[in-house]
Design a protein around this ligand. Structure first.
Ligand code: FAD
Length: 476
């Protein structure tokens, strides 16, 4: 009897052992697990890389507990993967399918390299509920509107059960030449400042922590999600976005975890948010220009007014609008921002400051631990009014009213903008309007301890609407 040929399990954005169809396909025979850091194909943002470092460490440990090692490589996957498959005599490379244009191009190149000596790349559904090609609207086209998309997925009923993690793995020794985790240089590198200093107290990357968080959230907070999800000053959402981005959890596991606790309104609403992620992947697959080009073509002529000073003030949380500044500082300090505030800060950048949405999307991708090409691009286009099923451009969020409504007790702003902490609620979201005595009493000197507003809300709103009108009239 001849021994079974080994296979290679190529981990990418499916950094988990449970419900991992690529690992499952390989687990019956000898296998080698590999991760390739391929900065030439796509360079993940800084905060993403911090998460990746720790998630790879957790994955390596989990594999070791089952008798296998995680082989790490740095280089171009299109060369490294076929070479590794050849070196260990693997007939197939098993991987979870990815949907971003850069990953599609790379998978084509890897598949070609493997085919050249009779091997194959096998891609499995690992990070969505349903492959984007499988879902078509009544007209036979991809969905361009979220609600019927979500309805169609819900109508398909329960997804198949999640696959358990393998108990033992039959590991093949990797050839020499692997990289150490430290050599991947994923953490902030001196002389750059350690911008991730606060992350370890806030986040625990890795599958085990993700599973525990999902179980807790599905059992407890999810029931209250409808009430808590819009208040940035409380812990009302799951914070599972980085786990879903890196595939420490599969959407199928999420679905079953929630369904296991019933279908009350809170849990239904939460599941629908998870379907926004699915919709983003659907859109990215069918419209690969999503990260760079407005999907509504007329927006290509939008009269943006690029201005580095405006962009820097927004990035640093120094716009003079407390809810915007709190959000941008949360992003920098925590690598994450509450969804309501992502909408407010995004709208402020593109409408109040007339900065191109691509600039905001790039900053988010670099600073979010959940920075995700599909969800980020889709949401920036949504905020900017130029995507499919977007908020209309003429709906300009008022940062004062948004602050007063969603941070009524000021807990969020006071935490992230401590220089305003002593202002009474009445003035917290518009310090420039406070009487001088109130400012003095709170220790606030506008222009010194806290910035004057970068733009005046009414004027900025009118300017944004005029730019939009010019676009529609073809005069931009
Ligand atoms: P929960 O409220 O607990 O939701 C559960 C899960 O559903 C999330 O983890 C996420 O996977 C998914 N989800 C929720 N809302 C959305 C949404 N609007 N679009 C897509 N998926 C959603 N999300 C990212 O994962 N990566 C990004 O890069 C990203 N960029 C964004 C940029 C902007 C301008 C905006 C407005 C939103 C962006 N989002 C992004 C969506 C959303 O803000 C985050 O998914 C959410 O805040 C993550 O927190 P949570 O895990 O506590 O979410």
């Amino acid at each position: 009897m001849t021994a079974a040929a080994p296979s290679l399990v190529w981990f990418r954005q499916d950094l988990r052992l449970a419900d991992n169809p690529a690992l499952h396909a390989a687990a019956g025979g000898p296998m080698l697990a590999v991760y390739v850091l391929d900065d030439a194909a796509y360079r993940y943002g800084g905060a993403n890389r911090w998460w990746l470092h720790h998630s790879l460490a957790a994955l390596a440990q989990a594999l070791e507990a089952r008798g296998a090692r995680l082989h790490l490589l740095r280089g171009e996957a299109a060369t490294e993967i076929p070479a590794l498959a050849r070196a260990i005599g693997a007939q197939s490379v098993q991987a979870g399918r990815l949907y971003a244009p850069w990953a599609r191009a790379r998978d084509e190149a890897v598949a070609k390299g493997l085919q050249a000596d009779g091997r194959e790349l096998v891609l499995h559904t690992a990070s969505v509920l349903l492959e984007p090609e499988r879902l078509r609207s009544g007209q036979g086209r991809p969905y361009a509107v979220y609600t019927p998309f979500a309805r169609a997925i819900m109508a398909m009923g329960e997804p198949p059960p999640a696959i358990p993690a393998p108990d033992r793995l039959d590991a093949v020794e990797p050839p020499p030449g692997g990289a150490s985790l430290a050599a991947l240089a994923l953490l902030p590198q001196a002389p750059e400042p350690d911008w991730a200093a606060a992350f370890p107290a806030l986040w625990t990357p890795g599958e085990a922590a993700a599973q525990a968080r999902l179980a807790d959230f599905a059992a407890e907070e999810a029931g209250d999600y409808g009430r808590g999800r819009d208040i940035p000053g409380i812990d009302g959402t799951s914070r599972l976005s980085p786990c879903l981005h890196w595939g420490e959890l599969s959407p199928r596991q999420v679905w079953h975890a929630v369904a296991g606790h019933g279908r009350d309104a809170g849990r239904q609403t939460w599941l629908k948010e998870v379907l926004w992620r699915e919709f983003s992947y659907h859109t990215l697959w069918h419209r690969p220009e999503l990260p760079d080009q407005p999907l509504r073509a007329e927006f290509a002529a939008f009269p943006w007014q690029p201005d580095d000073r405006m962009l820097a003030a927004w990035q640093r949380g120094r716009t003079g609008y407390p809810i915007v500044d709190a959000g941008m500082r949360q992003l920098w300090q925590h690598g994450w921002m509450h969804n309501r505030v992502r909408m407010i800060t995004g709208s402020f950048l593109v409408k109040h400051l007339l900065q191109p949405w691509q600039q905001g999307a790039a900053w988010f991708l670099d600073t979010l631990v959940d920075g995700d090409l599909a969800s980020n691009s889709q949401n920036w286009q949504w905020v900017s009014g130029c995507g499919v099923d977007s908020a209309p451009y003429f709906r300009v969020f008022n940062p004062i009213l948004q602050g007063q409504k969603f941070d009524a007790d000021g807990a969020y702003v006071r935490h992230f903008v401590p220089e305003l902490a002593k202002l009474p609620d009445k003035w917290l979201h518009q310090p420039w309007a406070a009487p001088e005595t109130v400012l003095r009493g709170a220790g606030v000197v506008l222009g010194k301890t806290y910035p004057q507003p970068l733009v005046e809300h009414g004027g900025a709103r009118a300017r944004a609407l005029a730019a939009f009108a010019a676009l529609r009239g073809g005069r931009a």
